[in-house]
Design a protein around this ligand. Structure first.
Ligand SMILES: Cc1ncc(C[n+]2csc(CCOP(=O)(O)OP(=O)(O)O)c2C)c(N)n1
Ligand code: SF4
Length: 309
């Protein structure tokens, strides 16, 4: 880095803005004033965000019509770093915030980006009902198998036998299979990739963003600091090598068959892609039938074309 001299003649670092560093390739999509981020070296969350941005770009969606909502956790930081309309909500409540936003602004695509603890543990009930109602949301769940931000406690996704701060002898509960959970609750698009599969993940993001209804992507990501270290799995890079050697792509596989076991084969791919009317469409059809002309759809309310009855 080039240097300048201060009033005392001492050499000092140039301010970051003036330094001769090339701009970040994704600068346009990031809140650079919040960078550097908090994530540890070789954590997979940032890689997933890179793929998300690529998928968003490829979708061609107007960025003013896309919002991003996160809960609390290491992954919960994502909404604050991505330059969209962003909401950093309370732990486990990303989905209800997103549902409210999506109902109030059906012209927007709302993305929920959060951790497995946030979405499936404390937020589990919201998750299953949003999928059942087929709300028009894209939910991206970074599954690092633990509650990372709070010190690596076990989560409902921790593989049987894995060590966490609260299960020092190994996790002894059966974890959720997230694609199976999402699909059985009614999700219309379900895929799983890892932080290694950046191009496939970006493609999945594009597809999910174009889906009308509840689309779900699980991204298996290394938590190098807590999960990998405690389980003696090396660094995040070692986990990427493990994904490389142990992932099998099986598009169309029944989600029932994609359980994750500790350090065993991981089935990835697009498992579900179906069409089903989303919550707003069903609601509109029923209300129109019942209320006839008295029913005001969202654009009619917005532009005040009719008087409210
Ligand atoms: C109501 C509430 N309960 C508990 C917490 C503490 N808490 C903050 S983040 C977190 C877990 C985060 O785990 P996860 O969602 O998997 O995200 P990660 O940090 O692994 O990315 C917990 C339990 C909180 N902030 N609020
Ligand atoms: S604690 Fe784990 S999940 Fe959190 S930033 Fe560090 S590596 Fe990533």
């Amino acid at each position: 880095m080039s240097r300048v001299t201060d009033s005392a003649g001492k050499r000092k670092k140039k301010p970051a803005e003036e330094a001769d560093v090339p701009p970040h390739p994704k600068e346009e999509f990031l809140r650079m004033d919040r960078i550097p981020h908090i994530w540890c070296p070789t954590c997979g969350i940032g890689t997933s965000v890179g793929a998300f941005i690529e998928g968003l770009k490829a979708s061609g969606l107007d960025r003013d019509k896309v919002a991003i909502v996160s809960g609390i956790g290491c992954t919960g930081r994502v909404a604050g770093y991505v330059k969209l309309d962003s909401y950093h909500t309370t732990h486990g409540r990303a989905i209800p915030f997103a549902v409210g936003l999506s109902l109030a602004r059906p012209d927007m695509k709302v993305v929920v980006y959060s951790g497995d603890g946030d979405l499936i543990s404390i937020g589990g009930n919201h998750f299953i009902h949003a999928a059942r109602r087929n709300h028009n949301l894209t939910v991206i769940c970074v599954n690092n198998f633990i509650y990372a931000m709070t010190g690596g406690q076990c989560a409902p996704t921790t593989p049987l036998g894995a060590i966490s701060s609260t299960t020092p002898y190994g996790y002894n509960e059966h974890p959720f299979n997230l694609p199976y959970l999402a699909a059985s609750c009614g999700a219309t698009y379900v895929a799983r990739w890892t932080a290694l599969h950046v191009r496939r993940l970006a493609e999945a993001v594009t597809e999910a963003l174009h889906k009308r209804g509840f689309s779900f992507i699980e991204v298996i990501c290394p938590c190098s600091t807590l999960y990998a270290r405690r389980n003696k799995l090396g660094t995040g890079l070692d986990l990427l090598k493990f994904y490389h050697d142990s992932c099998e792509i099986r598009h169309g596989e029944h989600p029932e068959n994609v359980d994750v076991a500790f350090q065993e084969k991981i089935i990835v791919g697009k498992f579900i892609d179906i069409d089903k009317p989303c919550y707003m469409d069903v609601r509109e059809k029923i209300l129109k039938k019942k209320l006839g002309d008295r029913y005001l759809s969202y654009p009619e309310l917005e532009h005040g074309r009719k008087q409210k009855v």
